[in-house]
Design a protein around this ligand. Structure first.
Ligand code: 5IU
Length: 285
């Protein structure tokens, strides 16, 4: 199993949480406070670095480093929802370079396989290069190997095999092809963004993380103008956390249902509880 998948399941069980909070917000301070508020309740924090204003690219003290410090403090994995889709060589530059330097702080990234399997090879080269560089530096690093329980310095990829938006073009044949491509890169591909489990062969141990998840409005808690329903005005389609977990998804991804709330920590706790109860129910089945 991919080392990040092992760590993820360790977190799921120790934090009793199958929740990924998606930071669909547009300033760096609000993104960092969301990570801090939801940290105790989530196992993955999903970012969109390119929607944030105020990104500080400074190595060691900049935004990526601050986020990584929160991931160590609360123990969660950082997932940059970058959706790479270009040719391998360009995807490598997008992963490593620019102001965001995603490779340095995101444990997980994702990609469309629309440009073919060599793009995965390109990203894998960078991810594995990063892990090796980190291993080589470890001996000299004052922080040593990190405290027990902190996220490991590994890098992994999720492929988009299904999407939650209405009318998307990822049909059954595309989904199947994506899974078969993933099988050829098991050492880097952790699993999928999908709406249902993708494992069908005995050796498959892919994880599935699922967006398009919301709870019906809760009178006692809801304070946000965005009250998720069955869909949003731009084609997002929602399923409840319970339904997603009972159908076999490993991690639910929740954006505006949590990040648009003034009490995002309490909302994250509410989502975590509902999903965890469903997970325990599934394990009993
Ligand atoms: N997201 C989806 N659907 C997908 C994929 C990604 O919603 O198929 I791939 C992202 C978009 C947004 C988050 O960042 O997940 C969902 O946000 P809401 O819970 O606010 O709809």
């Amino acid at each position: 199993m991919h080392p990040l998948t092992i760590y993820l399941f360790h977190l799921i069980h120790s934090k009793k949480s199958n929740l990924c909070v998606s930071a669909d917000i547009t300033t760096v301070p609000s993104m960092l406070s969301l990570a801090d508020a939801c940290g105790p309740h989530m196992v993955v924090f999903k970012t969109h670095a390119d929607i944030l204003s105020g990104w500080d690219p400074t190595p060691v003290t900049g935004t990526g480093a601050k986020l990584a410090a929160l991931a160590r403090k609360h123990r969660f994995l950082i997932f940059e929802d970058r959706k790479f889709a270009d040719i391998g060589s360009t995807a490598q530059l997008q992963y490593e370079g620019g102001d965001y330097r995603i490779l340095e702080w995101a444990h997980i990234v994702n990609a469309h396989v629309i440009s073919g399997p060599d793009m995965i090879r390109g990203l894998k080269e960078m991810g594995q290069g990063w892990v090796k560089k980190h291993d080589d530096l470890k001996g000299m690093n004052a922080r040593g190997e990190g405290k027990v329980g902190e996220p490991p310095e590994e890098r992994g990829l999720l492929l988009l095999s299904q999407m939650s938006s209405a009318g998307n073009l990822l049909d059954e044949a595309y989904t199947k092809k994506t899974v078969s491509i993933a099988r050829t890169h098991r050492d880097f591909v952790m699993g999928f963004i999908a709406l249902e489990p993708m494992n069908s062969e005995p050796e498959d141990d892919f994880v599935v993380m699922t967006p398009g998840c919301s709870l019906p409005p809760d009178q006692s808690l809801d304070d946000s103008e965005f009250v998720p329903g069955a869909e949003d005005p731009l084609g997002q389609q929602y399923v409840t956390p319970r339904d997603l977990i009972l159908r076999g998804c490993d991690v639910i991804i929740v954006g505006r249902g949590i990040c648009n709330s003034k009490i995002s920590g309490a909302k994250a706790e509410q989502y975590k509880k509902v999903a965890w109860e469903a997970y325990e129910e599934r394990l009993r089945q």
